[in-house]
Design a protein. Structure first.
Length: 256
């Protein structure tokens, strides 16, 4: 039971003309949990939510719907998000924050749907991802970064489907994989590398592997082998080398 003299439930205030100016809601133990303050214009108000003794949300309202800036804080009073609304739907810039106060994510909404470029950052302030949206669907180039600032991965989308160039790099900027998507399927030539050396080249048709060339290397980087397959069967010339570069074995396959 609350102590005697503790406010509980809903409390309402009016001005001298009888106009509602403010309402507050208290928990059974007297904690303030919600407050609505009337604005200067008819139908305008501000809603504030509390967690314990701290403000955790502040939202502008028009005719009872979110309209304008909405800001949220965590239980320690640190700002965690700032978004904008129009007629009840997210619209305009949205920013989210790390506990340190640095930006975590930022982008824009249009009538409740993600639009344009969205960017995320690490707690140290380094860019992590950059994505492009159109009507809440992945569109255009998406990129990821290593902690040292070098690009880690790149993809392209059309209407939420992978389409166009795909590439991955290591944290030294060396290519690891590169190829092309066509309407969500791997198509054409795809190549992979390891420590700057080409290890595999695959030709895709409608997402299926057709021809593969694979390379291996000795510990110090000299070529060790080169092999070819088509539809999973060995074809063409296969070669192996000794560590110092002399050929160890060579021969050819025909039609598997």
């Amino acid at each position: 039971m609350p102590e005697r003299g503790t406010r509980v439930g809903a409390w309402t205030w009016w001005d001298a003309r009888g106009r509602l100016t403010k309402m507050k809601w208290h928990t059974i133990d007297g904690q303030l949990e919600r407050e609505v303050v009337a604005g200067d214009r008819l139908g305008h108000a501000k809603e504030i939510l509390y967690g314990g003794e701290r403000k955790v949300s502040e939202q502008e309202l028009v005719d009872g719907l979110p309209h304008g800036t909405h800001t949220t804080w965590d239980g320690e009073g640190r700002k965690r998000a700032r978004e904008n609304y129009r007629a009840g739907r997210k619209h305009g810039t949205a920013t989210r924050f790390h506990a340190t106060g640095k930006k975590k994510e930022e982008g824009a909404y249009g009538e409740g749907l993600r639009e344009g470029t969205w960017t995320t950052w690490s707690e140290k302030g380094r860019r992590k991802t950059e994505a492009t949206w159109a009507a809440d669907k992945a569109s255009g180039r998406w990129r990821w970064w290593h902690e040292n600032g070098k690009v880690r991965q790149e993809k392209h989308f059309v209407d939420d489907v992978l389409h166009g160039r795909y590439a991955r790099w290591d944290d030294k900027g060396r290519l690891l994989e590169e190829g092309t998507y066509d309407q969500g399927q791997k198509q054409g030539e795809w190549t992979t590398w390891r420590q700057g050396r080409k290890t595999r080249m695959v030709t895709f048709e409608q997402g299926a592997e057709r021809e593969v060339t694979a390379w291996t290397y000795h510990e110090k980087g000299a070529p060790k082998s080169e092999e070819h397959t088509r539809d999973g069967k060995p074809v063409g010339t296969w070669t192996r080398w000794h560590e110092k570069g002399q050929k160890d074995e060579e021969g050819a396959y025909v039609d598997g």
